[in-house]
Design a protein around this ligand. Sequence first.
Ligand code: AGP
Length: 612
Amino acid sequence: MCGIVGYVGRKKAQGILVEGLKRLEYRGYDSAGVCVLDSGQLLTAKCPGRISDLTAVLDTRPEMDAATVGIAHTRWATHGGPTEANAHPHVSDDGQLALVHNGIIENFLALKQVLTAKGHEFVSETDSEVLANLIAELYRTADTLEDAVRTALHEVTGTYGLAVISRREPDKIVVARRGSPLVVGVGDGEYVIASDAAAIVEHTSNAVYLNDNELAVIRPDGMKTLTLDNMPVPKDLEQIEYSLEEIALGGYEHYMLKEIFEQPEAVRNSLRGRLNLRETRVQLGGIEPIGRELIKTRRVIFTACGTAWHAGLIGEFLFEDLARIPAEVEYASEFRYRNPIIPDGTVVVAISQSGETADTLAALREARDRGATALGIVNAVGSTIARETDAGVYLHAGPEIGVASTKAFTCQVVVEALLAMYLGRRKFMSQFSLGELMGALDAIPDQMQTVLTQNDRIGEVVAGLIDWDNWLFLGRGYNYPVALEGALKLKEISYIHAEGLPAAEMKHGPIALIQEGMPVVVVAPRCSTYDKVISNIEEVRARGGRVIAVATEGDSRISRYADSVLWVPDCPAPLQPLLTVIPLQLLAYHAAVQRGCNVDKPRNLAKSVTVE
Ligand code: AGP
């Protein structure tokens, strides 16, 4: 939920730290701070608010400019409100060290009591400050900072991605992780550490990803990685997959709009090397190692949160429809505590854009501990979920910075379709049927392009409706999860309340909500239940609802029933969500812009939810 950055090298640290925070601001943005080490002094500046507020404070602190070592933090409050005292970095009460932390120390109250009894004082309400004073307490008798950090972490229960600097060893940063992500960018005589490679990529594309319960000791002349038990850990240098350009706005007003328009290219990247049209074969290198085992799969459980859960619901339909494998989708936060039944032959598929969502990670571990084979559908390369699954498929959607997930959703559905086709072909699907579906999937990026041409018109359709505080979204079959996703997008960025429903469920209660002029979005492309959906539209209109329909190009009937029609090209039903979701993403985007909302950083939300 927070973003941490650190720098040690020859360059001035402050600018690098602040730029890094800007790249991580989507992780949390209610307060921020920087602490640098100069001439053995810890110099700290922090404040509630955005990075821009912090920059204003730093402009009044010229003495912090020269330092070449420092740490920084952008916060998402878990313990204590967004105040200056609760903002990070936290300096220990003896003034010896400073710490930034992403995660939750669950036993902080107990530790705080012990430390208070030893005479320590606390100025904030945070769990993180307790960790700072605990390390400081141990540092009094420890030879090195890393020894103090290691010993302290043995006392801690909970999650952390942290970085610590100290006056006693001024050219050193010690970092550690358990449950929260941490990457070390390896440059030439310099190191940039961060929660996410987005803050590193403009300095170097060489990175070391820490695993749980690992520590790194970093100086300008080198780094070493250790376990909490002080055992050396050899680490591979990995390449960061995306460039700075890919992270920049690229001429769009918001990351969300940029990422909506990136979907054709993102889907092409998801399909690259995986659709062998010449041999009518789906190739998924990431699951080949367990390919034979997967064919024997007797049950699939998709687990995820939020938008990824909606993709999981489509995955359930795809696996049952195309691979004839019994499937279900589970909210990760419920699944992890529900004592689930995991018989032999169960495969759990963890779906996550960030690869760091705490509930999804915990659900994955729960299922693995009970014997399930674990597959990952993940975007962030090197993320925890990716590394803790038996096999997986990366989305290759590129970095998704807008908090509202868009291209990750469509690429998650693409990967699910590839997996279902891969398994379906090995179980019963004919080469002919597979070839047809592969051809249709290969055509999707161009079809997405045509849907995107309606962007301005969708803005006009929304203009007359943004004052309504309640909307309904309806869909059937593969488009029911799309209705759920459309409602979520509208809620999370425009703050309009919306409900997504299977269209036929409306008359069992929610129809009572409909009144004259109320916006009702109906996902109604040509498919086996089209006539049923038309009847649902008539039920809405009979009560005065204002219908915005998403329909198949060339459908001459729909205009008689809908006030506005947003068109999508025709494609097979299993692939329709890839097209029908786009007008709903744009509806939400324009509603948020026209209501003056902060599209890329909507209130109360963060891009990666790393605490439960
Ligand atoms: C979607 O727009 C939201 N940002 C949120 O629901 C998100 O999908 C959820 O938190 C899961 O995130 P993940 O895919 O990174 O695991």
